[in-house]
Design a protein around this ligand. Structure first.
Ligand SMILES: Nc1ncnc2c1ncn2[C@@H]1O[C@H](COP(=O)(O)OP(=O)(O)OP(=O)(O)O)[C@@H](O)[C@H]1O
Ligand SMILES: Nc1ncnc2c1ncn2[C@@H]1O[C@H](COP(=O)(O)OP(=O)(O)OP(=O)(O)O)[C@@H](O)[C@H]1O
Ligand SMILES: [Mg+2]
Ligand SMILES: [Mg+2]
Lengths: 255, 255
């Protein structure tokens, strides 16, 4: 009954972190228990919620990934300002992990093992991935039941999609046969721009029902909210950004 | 007399590729010889110029990085549509290189060795980096004389800057004592938005003269141009995007 969803795209700046924080908050507000897991060394999902990323031996994603036994979840999970929204904080130290784990056996399974205790305890687990298809994102794809792909309404974003879909197929064949695509989310959509409409039309034509009906508009409140350490629901509840992530949460719950 | 400049920032989507292509074109149009080197596995700088990224054994960045002897530059450099603008095309295969080179001796120096023949042949070499601080970006920082840091006018972008500056300092101490910061470039600046102005004020206060006077405005022509495989100078010469990169080129030439 727990759905683990990796939010991934190797293209940078497409709205992965913004989606993890705000979809997470909009799910939690429907009386669900939601865990956010920050697997990006930038630790933006962590600081975007007003939490200081961990370093050194402090419990967090780095210790979760590098510990050999099955960790006790209570050590790694922090509450946030919102009822029902929890966080495994990120860490800059993750940047070194790619090289450290490069030759470890079963290096793709560290996160899957670490998240086992979340099953039955949370309704949704959302994993924020870094902008690459390296070992950290692979770990997220192996640990996940499904992938949510943010697709910025721009040319380069559409171009990179086939590489990401190839990688998902590879992970399914090699390590995680049950991995599905939860959906593809158009982000920073501006209906006044030809480019936005062209990318949306292209995506509709090629991706069909994989595409969520909800499109996230470009909305400055979404980019202001992290500087206050809050999801947009708490920062600007009347904004189009908050409304669109509430729509997305309803769509995610009914899929 | 050749200046090798790495355009780097681990934050995704801040305008690294857009800056490499458009600053490159605006320098070339001043009768300079400019080489663009695409070190990002996404190969956006390559496709943004209408060139198909290379795969397999075809000559390009992958063979340049993985060859042991000093390569002959003519094998790797392609002309572009613009006089004086040349390209070492990128490749998806680079994604695997991080793991392949992880245990190679002197793994940080492969690009520096490969770019030696550019000295004296080009006025500027601009290196497009992926959104990470892994081995590919390290190679670019070791090969470069200077770094140009695009800084998106957003909260997360400002947050990540200290990590990037730490990394540059580390590279200077360990592998490339001459590495300097050419400048920090505000991108996607929208003076109508409080957030943009706040980030700009913050950057001015903390970074002072490292900041270029030129600010790149948010301009849709910049994001349309890559779908036509052209720098914005050839796609929409009268746009604010083209004007701002021409200003930047003049500022870069006089620094
Ligand atoms: N719909 C939106 N409207 C306006 N700004 C947005 C929107 N979504 C995200 N942003 C802003 O755009 C920038 C990029 O978004 P975000 O950091 O979430 O992308 P990302 O894919 O997580 O980036 P990275 O690849 O670096 O991890 C951020 O500054 C964010 O605040
Ligand atoms: N000044 C600008 N105005 C409008 N759009 C821009 C501007 N600069 C870049 N863009 C667009 O924003 C997106 C991100 O820019 P770009 O791809 O150059 O960033 P990047 O840092 O190279 O990304 P990555 O981290 O994925 O390599 C692209 O779709 C690009 O076309
Ligand atoms: Mg992110
Ligand atoms: Mg790029």
């Amino acid at each position: 009954r727990t759905r683990i969803i990796a939010v991934a795209n190797q293209k940078g700046g497409v709205g992965k972190t913004t989606t993890v924080i705000n979809l997470g908050a909009c799910l939690a507000v429907h009386d669900l228990e939601v865990l956010l897991v920050d697997v990006d060394p930038q630790a933006n999902a962590t600081s975007g919620l007003g939490v200081v990323p961990v370093t050194g031996g402090e419990a967090g994603i780095y210790t979760l990934l590098s510990s050999s036994g099955e960790p006790s979840l209570d050590e790694f999970v922090l509450p946030t300002e919102m009822e029902g929204l929890w966080l495994v904080p990120g860490s800059r130290d993750l940047a070194g992990l790619e090289i450290e784990l490069a030759s470890a056996p079963e290096r793709e399974f560290f996160l899957a093992r670490g998240l086992t205790p979340t099953r039955g305890r949370f309704d949704y687990v959302l994993i924020d991935c870094p902008p690459s298809l390296g070992l950290l994102t692979l770990n997220a794809l192996v640990a996940a039941d499904e992938v949510l792909l943010p697709l910025q309404s721009e040319y380069y974003a559409l171009e990179g999609l086939s590489h990401l879909l190839d990688t998902i197929r590879k992970v399914r064949n090699l390590w995680n046969p049950g991995l599905g695509i939860h959906g593809i989310l158009l982000t920073m959509y501006d209906r006044r721009l030809n480019l936005s409409r062209e990318v949306a039309d292209d995506a509709e034509a090629h991706l069909g029902e994989l595409l969520y009906r909800t499109r996230i508009p470009r909305n400055v409140r979404l980019s202001e909210a992290p500087s206050y350490g809050k999801p947009v629901l708490l920062y600007a509840v009347d904004s189009s950004g908050a409304a669109s992530y509430l729509d997305l949460a309803r769509e995610v719950m009914t899929r």
